[in-house]
Each structure stands twice: as C-alpha cells, then as structure tokens.
Design a binder for this molecule. Sequence first.
Ligand code: ADP
Ligand code: MG
Length: 339
Amino acid sequence: MNISDSGGEFALIQRLARIVPGTDTRVVKGIGDDAAVVQVAPAPAPYLLITTDILVEDRHFRRAWSSPEHIGEKAAECNISDIAAMGGAPQWMVVALVLKATEEVDWVEGLYRGLHRSCRRHGVTLLGGDTTQGPVATISITLLGSVAPHHLRLRSHARPGDLLLVTGPLGGAAAALALLEAGHTPSTYLMDKHRTPHCRMDVAGRIACVARAMIDISDGLGSEVHHICEASQVGAEIDASAIPLHPDVLQAARTLGCEPLTWALSGGEDFELLFSIAPERMAELEQVGCAIHPVGRITARQGGVLMIDRNGRRLPLPGGYDHFSRGPAHSDSNQGERK
Ligand code: ADP
Ligand code: MG
C-alpha cells in the first residue's frame, strides 16, 4: 500500500516510530511533539531540544515568488518556531543542502544571508552541515535548543477546562499563496506572511511561564488542535467566529470567492502559537505584552474535537495539511507550497 492510501503523513510517522522504540531513559519526549526533549545532565540543568524541518523547491518555495534571502530566513524561522513552541531558546543549527551542479553561487549565498539574518535575530549559531548534488534544491535544517524543565510545554499538557488561545491572526500565508497561484498580487502584509513569516519567539518564553500545552501553527489551526487533543487525550471546541482573521485575508477571500476560515484551519505556515491555559491564570497573560486571541476551550475526550460555526452548529473540526493526503480536503489551490 502506498503512503497516501495508508493514512498519510501522520499514520506513516506512527508506523515508523513503532520500528524504532527507544529505551533511553534520558529521553523526556521522543517522536510526537514539536521537538524532541533530552535530559543531558541531572536536574536542574536545562533539557536539550532537537528539531528538523525540510524545505523542497516547488513544494515549499518558488524562486519566482521568493528571493534566496527570503527562503533562507523562512527555513530558519520555521525551525525556530518549533523550539519556541516547547517554551525553549534556540541555540545551534546545522544545515544540509541538496543543490544542482548548475546552481548559481549567488543564489546559495543569498540563502545563507537569509539564514544568518534569522540566526542573528534569535541568537543562533550555525555550526555546520552537509552539501551534496541532487535534482531538486532542498534545505534541511536541524536546530538544537534548550529549555528549563519547568518551562517545557508539551502537546500533552492540556486539561479539560483549559482555554485555547492563539498569538495572532491566521490564514495570511495561505491567502497569499492562493492569490499568487491565481495570478493576483497580494498586499504587502500578505506577501510578508507568505515569504518571511516570523516565528513567535518574541512572546513564547513569557507564554510558557503560564500556559499548559503549546504547539506552533505550521499546518493550520485544525491540525494543531487535533494534535493537542490526541496527545493530551482530551476534546476541544473551537468558536469559528473567534478565529482572528486579518482584513487583507477577508479581502483575499472576497477576491477569490473562498471561505477565509479554510485558510486559517487548514492552510498552514502561520507560525503563530496555539496554547492552552487554566482560566484562573488568564490575568497573568497581560504580562505577555501582545494581542492574544481566545479561540475555544479544552473539553473531556468524549466530547470530541468540534467547531461551533457562526450559526451555533457543532461540527467536527476540520484537520489541517497532510503532505501525503489526497481528496477534496487537500486538493485545493494551496497544495504545493506548505510545510
Ligand atoms: P512539526 O510540524 O511540529 O515540525 P511534524 O509534523 O513534522 O512536526 O512531526 C511530528 C513528529 O513526528 C515530531 O516529533 C517529529 O520529530 C516526528 N517525525 C516526523 N518525521 C519523522 C521521521 N521520518 N522519523 C521519525 N520521526 C519523525
Ligand atoms: Mg511544530
């Protein structure tokens, strides 16, 4: 059976994880969160965080729409976003490149200028990597970071009664991509969301002090809510009317005759954070110093994972992006450029 027919990306990862069961007691969290967590020294030493993400040409970026500097910066930000989602600080990066022999040196240098811009912003040191020849330009980044044990925020930390919040408007990157693919010119706001998304390291540490579960929104809000619910063995209710959408996303939806919520729920690449918090700790969020948007709540597992639409109807919450799925939910115009 092929990957698409056997349940897609996440079913494949589960199958692979069963082949390599771990016995190392220093592993605090292996496969199944935004980054792996390892205890390298006795408490209270920080935990080591490890994450990897790959960008493939014409799948995750297109030269026509992004400069090499944009692509490099985005490659770094999407990895740093996974460390932010654990409540940690990014530290060290290694970069593996697949390039054609005919590749322009200028393009590769531009990629590194973009990587460096993001690394400088977040205090990350690029330590090494690997370079080889192949048919499709591919950038694979592995990022190491650290987190104090009491700041670690796992997908499995949510509890019924928690509120669910996001750190910013959603759907912008997917709206930009849909406009570009339809031959329109996105607004500057949307183009920036697509080309140079900035992960939320600026607020992640302060949120980690008060949140329970946390995850970054790389595959759409729907996917990330499902991940938290599966890992925490809970249900959730998302209020469709509470999902923050930028006016330019609404305008893009009018231009294309689309439902903007689909971009927020299944579009991906927003790199905002989704987190759960006990209601009695909500007042402490004021210290975070940025707009935080309540989008729903965690419920008991039996309640299921639901969305309450604008008419008060309770529907199953749509999932997000899966790199191997087929069918109507994933065959829209956005396919072809997401993490
Ligand atoms: P994210 O979107 O946060 O980067 P992913 O959806 O890529 O997370 O991965 C989910 C989990 O599955 C992570 O813990 C990741 O390390 C793990 N994973 C993904 N691909 C593989 C693989 N080929 N082998 C082992 N683990 C994997
Ligand atoms: Mg992630």
